[in-house]
Design a protein around this ligand. Structure first.
Ligand code: ARG
Length: 466
C-alpha cells in the first residue's frame, strides 16, 4: 500500500477510508472539544510520557521523542497563554493537540500516536485529571475539618438541646455537635482516599482495546505518570468508567452531609431558634423586606446536592448495558464528572469559609435546652441508681414531666416536695442531676458529650487528620 498522500475529502485525521466529508451537524454533534479541552494539561502529560517510553524501547529515536516533547510543552504554553485556537472540526482535545503538534514540529508529530489509541488516551487523561481533583478536594475537606475543630474547641462547654425528631431530647455540648459533623467529613475523606486508589491505575497501553503490536513498556509510562499500576486488562482499561462513578457516589455522600450541616445552620440562624448568627458576608438581604437576612450560602449548598445526585445517576445510566469495549457513549462521561467536581469544590470552599465562622448565641442555646425537659432521662437514670427499675423510673419521670407541662415549669423548677410526691427515692441531691451542666458532665465516656470527653476527642481528631 502506498503511503503517498491521496485525496481525503473528509479532511479528518481518521479520514483515509472515507469518500465524503462529514455532515456539518454531525461534526458538531460528535465534537467534545467544547468541554474536554479542559483535559489539555493531562493530555499533554500523558503524551509526553508515551513519547518518552516509545524512545526508551526504540520505537522512536531520542531525537524524535525530544522534538515531540518540546512541541507538546510549547503547545501547553500556548494554551495557557491563550494562543491556541480549538477547532470543532478536530473533534476533541486529543486530535486538536495532535494536529497542532504536527503543524509545529512537522511530520515527526504524526509518530506520537504509535501504539496508542484515543481510547486508552482519554481514559488515561480523565484518570490523571480526576486524581489531581481528588487531591484538591481532600485538601479543602481537611480545611473544613480543621475549621470545625477550632470552633468545637471554643464551644466545649456550650450547652444546647440535642434533638431527635427535631424535638428536644437531651442536652449536648455544641463542641460535641460539631464533632459529629467532623466525623461525617472524616468518612467522606476516607471514601475519597479509597476511591483514589482505583482511579490511579493506568489504561495507557491498552490502545484501542486489545493492546498494541509495538514493544511498549507500560512500567515506564506508569512510573512517569505516577500511577500505582498499569491496568491488567486492555478491554477493561478502555471501557469502564466505574472509577468516575465511584467518585460521583463519594461526592453525592459528601454533598448529602454538607446539605445536612447547611440545613442545621439555616434552622439555627432563624429567629425562632436563634442559636447562631451567620456572618453578614455569607448572607443576602431582600429587595422588598428590609429586615431580612437570608442564609443564601447554606441554602445553595443544600440545593447543589441535586445536581451531584443527578450526575451520579447520569453516569450509572450511561454505563449500564454497554458491551465491551469502548463505546462513544463514554464521551458523555465528562460533563457530569466535571460538573460534580466543580460543584463539590465550590460547595466545600463555601462551607469551609462559613461554618467555622458561625457566631454561637450561647444564651439562646442554653435557654432552649432549659425548655423541653431535656434532663428527663437524667432523672430516670438517677432513680435507677437509687434502686428503681428503669421502666418504673421512666413512668415516674413521665408523671413529673406532666406536672411541669401543666404548670409551665421545667423539671429543675419543681420543688423537692413535688418531686418526692412521685417517688420516695428522690432526695435533695437530685438537683445536681437536673442541671444542664450535671447532665452533660455525666455522659463521661468515649464518644459522650461531657466537656472533658469532647476536649479529648478534639485532640484525637487533630491527630487523625495531621
Ligand atoms: N472524545 C472521545 C471520548 O471522549 C475520545 C475517544 C474517542 N475514541 C474513538 N474511538 N472515537 O471518549
Amino acid at each position: 500500500m502506498s503511503d503517498k498522500p491521496t485525496a481525503n475529502p473528509s479532511q479528518k485525521l481518521w479520514g483515509g477510508r472515507f469518500t465524503e466529508s462529514q455532515d456539518a451537524f454531525v461534526e458538531e454533534f460528535n465534537a467534545s472539544v467544547g468541554f474536554d479541552q479542559r483535559l489539555y494539561a493531562h493530555d499533554i502529560q500523558g503524551s509526553i510520557a508515551h513519547a518518552t517510553m516509545l524512545a526508551r524501547v526504540g520505537v522512536l529515536t531520542e531525537v524524535e521523542a525530544a522534538t515531540i516533547v518540546a512541541g507538546l510543552n510549547a503547545i501547553r504554553a500556548d494554551i495557557e497563554a491563550g494562543n491556541f485556537t480549538w477547532s470543532m472540526a478536530l473533534e476533541d482535545v486529543h486530535m486538536n493537540i495532535e494536529a497542532r503538534l504536527t503543524e509545529r514540529v512537522g511530520d515527526v508529530g504524526k509518530k506520537l500516536h504509535t501504539g496508542r489509541s484515543r481510547n486508552d488516551q482519554v481514559a488515561t487523561d480523565v484518570r490523571l485529571w480526576l486524581r489531581d481533583q481528588i487531591d484538591l478536594i481532600l485538601a479543602e475537606l481537611r480545611r473544613a475539618q480543621r475549621g470545625l475543630l477550632d470552633l468545637a474547641g471554643q464551644e466545649v462547654d456550650t450547652i444546647l438541646p440535642g434533638f431527635t425528631h427535631l424535638q428536644v431530647a437531651q442536652p449536648v455540648t455544641f463542641g460535641h455537635h460539631l464533632l459529629a459533623w467532623f466525623e461525617n467529613l472524616q468518612r467522606d475523606a476516607e471514601r475519597l482516599i479509597d476511591c483514589r486508589k482505583r482511579v490511579n491505575r493506568m489504561p495507557l497501553g491498552a490502545a484501542a482495546l486489545a493492546g498494541t503490536t509495538f514493544p511498549i513498556d507500560r512500567a515506564i509510562t506508569c512510573e512517569l505518570l505516577g500511577f500505582d499500576a498499569p491496568a491488567e486488562n486492555s478491554l477493561d482499561a478502555v471501557s469502564d468508567r466505574d472509577f468516575a462513578i465511584e467518585f460521583c457516589a463519594a461526592s453525592a455522600m459528601l454533598m448529602t452531609h454538607l446539605s445536612r450541616f447547611s440545613e442545621e445552620m439555616i434552622i439555627w440562624s432563624s429567629a425562632q431558634f436563634g442559636f447562631v448568627d451567620l456572618p453578614d458576608r455569607f448572607c443576602t438581604g431582600s429587595s422588598i423586606m428590609p429586615q431580612k437576612k437570608n442564609p443564601d450560602v447554606p441554602e445553595l449548598i443544600r440545593g447543589k446536592v441535586a445536581r451531584v445526585d443527578g450526575n451520579l445517576i447520569a453516569l450509572l445510566t450511561l454505563m449500564k448495558s454497554q458491551p465491551l469495549a469502548y463505546n462513544k457513549d463514554n464521551q458523555e462521561d465528562k460533563e457530569p464528572l466535571f460538573d460534580t467536581v466543580d460543584t463539590v469544590r465550590a460547595s466545600l470552599r463555601a462551607f469551609a469559609d462559613m461554618a467555622p465562622n458561625m457566631m454561637p448565641r450561647r444564651e439562646r442555646m442554653r435557654a432552649a435546652a432549659l425548655q423541653g425537659y431535656a434532663t428527663a432521662t437524667d432523672l430516670a437514670d438517677y432513680l435507677v441508681r437509687k434502686g428503681v427499675a428503669f421502666r418504673d423510673a421512666h413512668e415516674v419521670v413521665g408523671r413529673a414531666v406532666r406536672l411541669g407541662v401543666d404548670t409551665g415549669r421545667d423539671l429543675a423548677e419543681l420543688s423537692l416536695d413535688e418531686l418526692q410526691s412521685f417517688s420516695d427515692h428522690i432526695s435533695s441531691d437530685v438537683f445536681d442531676f437536673l442541671t444542664l451542666e450535671g447532665s452533660v458532665a455525666a455522659r463521661d465516656h468515649l464518644g459522650g458529650t461531657a466537656p472533658n470527653q469532647v476536649r479529648a476527642a478534639i485532640e484525637r481528631a487533630r491527630q487523625r487528620i495531621a
